[in-house]
Design a protein around this ligand. Sequence first.
Ligand code: CDP
Ligand code: MG
Length: 726
Amino acid sequence: STTPSLTATTPMTSALKGTQKTSTSQSQGKKPSSEFDSSDKTLQNGLGQLAKKQKRKLQHQTDGKSKKLFNKEPATADIIARAKDLRKHRQSLPIHTAREIIIQEVKNNACVVIVGETGSGKTTQIPQYLLEAGLAAHGTIAITQPRRVAAINLARRVADEVGTPLGQKVGYSIRFDDTSSKDSMIKYMTDGIMLRELLSDPLLLRYSVIILDEAHERTLRTDILFGMVKSIQKQRSDMIEKDGRKDIRPLKIVVMSATLDAEKFSEYFYNAKIMYISGRMYPVTILNTVEPQSDYVDAALVTSFQIHQDEQPGDILVFLTGQEEIESLEKLIEEYAVDLPAQVGKLIPCPIFAAQDSATQQKIFEPAPLGTRKVILATNIAETSITIPNIRYVIDTGCHKSRGYNAKIGIESLLVEPISKSSARQRSGRAGREAPGLCFRLYTEDSFDLLDEDTVPEIKRCNLESAILSLKATGVDDVTRFDFMDRPSKSGMLRSLEHLYALEALDDEGKLTEIGKKMAAFPVDPPYAKVLLQSEKMECTKEAIEIISLLSVDTIFSSPSSKREEANEARQKFTSIDGDHLTLLNTLRAYESMKGDRDWCRENFINSRHMRHVLDVRAQLIQFCERIGINPKKSCGHEYDIVIKCFLAGFFANTALLQPDATYKSIVGGLTVSIHPSSSLFGKKREAIVYNELVFTTKHYIRGVSAVESAWLSHAAPKYFGQRHA
Ligand code: CDP
Ligand code: MG
């Protein structure tokens, strides 16, 4: 039977975040508004730069879906001329010397693993080498990418290098945007799209070579793809050798990674040969802050200007966690840049994120106008996926958003997490590609020591049930026999399957149900997905979204040890006698009626940073519900029983009954559980309770507790309680 997993409480980023805000010398000279609209200016600069070079280049940049400056398709001759220009660059890449041997190895082996420093030319060159060697004669060469922006950007670049318009010989395919055509011989695609294609083309027959790029990232999707592609290769070769099928071609697999630990990939792919491409690296000096920084955007701003005023020419690359941060730093840089002394050149912010047209995105690859300096604002896409030239300075915030990693509710890409040591090293490496560089880490040396050595593969971090749902949605019926690179325990898998069945995501035969299909698409862990689906039926999606968002952070309350009593007293105002779910909701309502006022938060011991995260999560969930056709505004008004019943539909496995001796015993597993002292039901006696998490410290503590009626149970999970408690 299902036992809730034990979660240890992990103090997030606390190592990286201090409390003291750094004040900046720049902030004194700050002007309220700026007459310098950087986007226009940089565009002009960019255009000026281009005009000086070649007019035809500009026309080419207005291709694809981007806004058109001139309504004229690029002429073939221009494209060919540009490809000729790029040939020199291609030949200067470190990977060029290995061209022949790479072609030979891929021709002679079914699987090859290639390891090479970021920027050595793996992603852009290897597909072209294989194309030139005739490996696309019987099918397309596919290259998978974990990120959409990278797929688009690299396809554009390679189309330029090959010398045909995007969408012909070279194309890309991402969700809702497919430029590839029947003629495409090289196709960049997200791993998600390839998983989707598997459903309609189970042997991926349209591909002759599949290149699994950025393998070191070990995303859940890439891991699933590893297993799928490996099995397809075997099936195809069996059909050729055993069945004598002449119409089937063998599949070549190339795995590419930017980190050295490639043995694991090699072992998994039948001890495939590993080829190491040596890059050129210059020394990078690493500087850590003396004090922890509470606001790394602010610290990045100060550091950018410090570099700009004190250091040699060379562009700056700042690693941030998301579009919002990127845009806010862009604005700040523009504002402060106005106050630069006249003799100092311009500092031009260049953001890079998904929702950008091609001309804007290409701008980050163009050299900054003479006497100016670019500061590239990127997420960890610039860590290994995309290499930007001329970077001498890296500013590393030490944080990223990592998909599927939020131990709380499993929501995708939301909470900011500290990076691993190996990521930090990759980031600093970006400063030393062309000359000796400097890396400014916006965290202390001690914080660095506390970072994990490597990023743990997503499949080990994410909820196993989510992974199983993804596999099932990809058509893998028997997940226990799936060829995982990192195999979860069999008992863990069986437990998860049982739980998914109880959640009605799987039917009696273990096949995905309609509910299960929907749950697989949700960006949250299955129990929360079930709550949201149930809320649609029970017409309380607004409240369900709000409570889930509130549960996505450790706590929205702050209780400094010196003022614990005051804090407890303040919290009484929001406390609901029915438990934590409604207490949280009350607090959110009060917070919103005060418009998130910081003083009010301080007086009421509410953690405003966490509260802003909550609003972030809520916005994402609202957007998601809208996208799949669930009305996120449907409210149950004050009939809060309804929303608690919804939670029960997802968390029936986390329920406990009051015992004669006033303790609570969990229904599943018969564990004696204690309500956490921070809960509003602490010390209260209710017939039955539902809780969100079990934390093991000195006792089995439960947190996020609400009272329920035992009569609700069998209704909430008929498959579960029907047999046992009917
Ligand atoms: O995959 P890997 O990290 O080994 O390198 P790559 O992505 O193939 O990049 C090879 C070179 O192409 C780098 O020097 C990039 O700066 C350059 N590149 C570019 O100039 N413009 C692009 N849109 C993409 C890559
Ligand atoms: Mg690459």
